[in-house]
Design a protein around this ligand. Structure first.
Ligand SMILES: [Zn+2]
Ligand SMILES: [Zn+2]
Length: 317
């Protein structure tokens, strides 16, 4: 990833020096292009370092570590987290043998639970993106796309200049310009669409995992076969019709959507004055401790309806 960020720079420097300094004789353009491209580069690097170095969301907190001596039995933990109540945020991870706060997921590649896990990213040193690194991740995507757009745009306009004034510049610079322009366009299209998807997810307050796995909803409703079973219904035990109900309704059930302003605030800290400056420079975690999240006021009603629909799914047909 770092190589990918650094690779275009020899060509980029050739372009700005030969084209803007030697051909156009403009120190102003040279300084502007260098300043903008390296500021974006610096911001992209800081958020990349945050993503790589920071723990995405440890479930055990310092207070938990102190309580470690006290053996908590499985049933006690379930009782404490109120497993009888199907809206209870606390569930149990059978693999870590520990409580699992709301929106926490177990990553099978990292072999651990991650708070508000968004997805496991092979590109980011094979790490998870979670509660504490998601803002930095989005920041990284934004800076990368802006940098690709800017450098690509400058390179393409330079190529156009060289094309219309063929005698003004040497032969290799337009090739560098073409190369950077092409790479810039590809990165803008690929990373840009990925960024667009994440901006949409932030607006409806949903993680990638929640968006792509409709059957996660089963964890939030009582077990359909046996309401007293603390574990959720297994996806494989659903009938064809029940699976269809889940897939059809999961887009509409936006459990954590509390209005786009608050959704954005949860990720970027806009509720605090100048909170965004801190986020911009340092990355940082999303708002809150990553264990509890305000729910959409209609979420309970939507989950009850989903449970009813699932129970009735086979009666209708
Ligand atoms: Zn786990
Ligand atoms: Zn992972």
């Amino acid at each position: 990833m770092i190589l990918m960020l650094l690779a275009p720079h020899p060509s980029w420097l050739i372009i700005v020096i030969r084209h803007h300094l030697l051909t156009l004789k403009s120190y102003g353009w040279l300084a502007t292009h260098l300043l903008i491209s390296y500021t974006l580069m610096f911001l992209a690097c800081t958020s990349l370092i945050v993503c790589l170095a920071r723990d995405p969301g440890p479930v055990s907190s310092p207070e938990d570590a102190q309580d470690d001596n006290e053996e908590t039995s499985f049933t006690e933990a379930l009782m404490a987290s109120g497993a009888d109540d199907f809206n209870s945020p606390g569930k149990w991870c059978k693999k870590c043998w520990a409580t699992k706060p709301e929106r926490t997921h177990h990553c099978s590649i990292c072999r651990r639970c991650v708070l508000k896990m968004d997805h496991h990213c092979q590109w980011m040193a094979n790490k998870c993106i979670g509660h504490r690194t998601y803002p930095a991740f989005v920041h990284f995507l934004t800076c990368t796309v802006l940098m690709a757009m800017y450098m690509g745009g400058v390179a393409i306009s330079g190529f156009y200049y060289a094309f219309t004034n063929p005698t003004s510049i040497d032969e290799t610079t337009p090739l560098h310009e073409l190369g950077i322009g092409f790479v810039g366009l590809i990165i803008t299209a690929v990373v840009g669409s990925f960024l667009g998807y994440h901006l949409y997810l932030i607006s409806i307050n949903r993680t990638t995992l929640e968006d792509l796995s409709p059957f996660l909803l089963l964890r939030l409703i009582p077990n359909l076969m046996n309401p007293h079973d603390p574990f959720p219904t297994s996806e494989h035990r659903l009938s064809f019709n029940q699976r269809r109900v889940v897939k059809r309704t999961h887009r509409q059930i936006q459990l954590y959507n509390v209005g786009w302003r608050k959704n954005w605030g949860q990720v970027f800290g806009w509720e605090r004055r100048r909170g965004w400056v801190y986020r911009l420079l340092l990355g940082g975690a999303g708002k809150g401790d990553g264990r509890a999240f305000p729910r959409n006021p209609r979420s309970e009603e939507m989950l009850v309806k989903l449970a009813d629909d699932l129970r009735n799914a086979d009666k209708d047909s």
